[in-house]
Design a protein around this ligand. Sequence first.
Ligand code: UN1
Length: 513
Amino acid sequence: MDTGNTISKILKEFGLEKANFGTYSGDWHSNGGEEIASVSPIDGSILAKVSTSSEKDYEIVLKKSQEAFRKWREVPPPKRGNLIREIGNELRKEKERLGMIVSLEVGKTISEGQGEIQEMIDVADFATGLSRQLYGLDIASERPDHRLSELWQPLGVVAVISSFNFPSSVWSWNSFIAAVCGDAVIWKPSSKAPLTAIAVMRVVERVIKRMKMPEIFSLVTGSGKVIGDRLANDPAIPLISFTGSIPVGKGISEKVASRFGRTILELGGNNAAIVSDKADLEIALKGVAFGALATSGQRCTTTRRAIIHEKIYDAFVSRLKDIYSSVRIGDPLEPGTLVGPLIDDDAVKKFLSAIRGAEQEGGVVLHGGKRIRGKGYGNGHYVTPALIEANPNMKTVREETFAPILYLFKYRTMEEALEIHNSVPQGLSSSIFTTDLREEGEFLSAHGSDCGLANVNTGTAGAEIGGAFGGEKQTGGGRESGSDSWKLYMRRQTVTRNYGRTLPLAQDVKFRI
Ligand code: UN1
């Protein structure tokens, strides 16, 4: 595909100019922030330039968000839901073009780019329904003529710091839920994907202006060091939801904790699939291959380890090698491509260095592991996905490399499989492929998978938005999107009401005056 033409056509249609303001708070502004380029990993071309947010821009955004919050918190939640429904409808109309911008900017296949926007639409539907279901508890009081209950109040101006690999949907997981809860949201997207964020904000802006609603969604762009730290240290922001690496997440969490703020962290994953000898092998192959290869191994939920029963190990690995040899790697805009580029050159270097590290520790590369250059690949960042025979004691397999590397292990008993499974510091997603009820039961038991997400006969990647998404251990413990994650975006207020004519005290305490 002629990326150059596609780029200019789509960007023009969408109103993304060659140079864009990267700050939005009711209007687009730029007050001296440094300029960055959005570079397509497909061929290294510059899509557009974005002027990032300066200190002054940040101050304006914060002030406007606080004003918007004060109005928004008074809007009844189902009315808040109306706005999110309309945003969802507008996203439906723009799905194709927005999906294409995602593909251009971060190198996802067309189908995955569209999936990214679909995920936002799904969250909008979910949040709209939720806007009528923000309910608290009535609790039995120990005192006569007393009622104990829970009220849920809006939290304030919250921040979402998102990563390049899901450059818009993860924002919506947080923002649409936070919005129906009555919060205003400042978004700082990854500096590797500012254009997607600008495009999404243009859609949001259209709806907010049309509905004459408070400007509750705003955008700041810039490096984590400048704008990310500013948010983390700002006592005016009661909650920061951060998606990214473990070291950066640790830094943010320490800063926010030191001012008693709240964080939702979605950090690294080092997800494994257990493939039993009792698995349906066709399902297992597809599940493992999709988990390991989708988004070129750049999902938090990517399958990075396959723990395979010794009886089927050789057959399974040989089939995997066939799949790896036949998947089409290259321009993600071409139909038929399954593996696009890595995000940048740094990612390729980390991929190559992890493979070297694994080899030094005794790992054996069975397939791939090389950079691809040459005709048709331009200045894109392409690699051949790697299959590496490994052992669980290797240091390299305990680390998350954001690239398509699948480490292969052999096991004999479920106990052994679970031990390997749980032996890494991260705890996001997990899966087992088996048709045996007992094995499934053990995987889901208290001594089974120690991850936030557990999948049976489906892979580690590709979670739906209706469940709470997040993980344990160094993944950070956060939960976003579905189920009752909304509670994290609200302030819980325990209410005690006395409707009697005396003042009985709790715990039978006597106080005679
Ligand atoms: C991420 O990689 O940060 O479950 C999120 C999945 C996607 C979301 C991944 N729905 O693979």
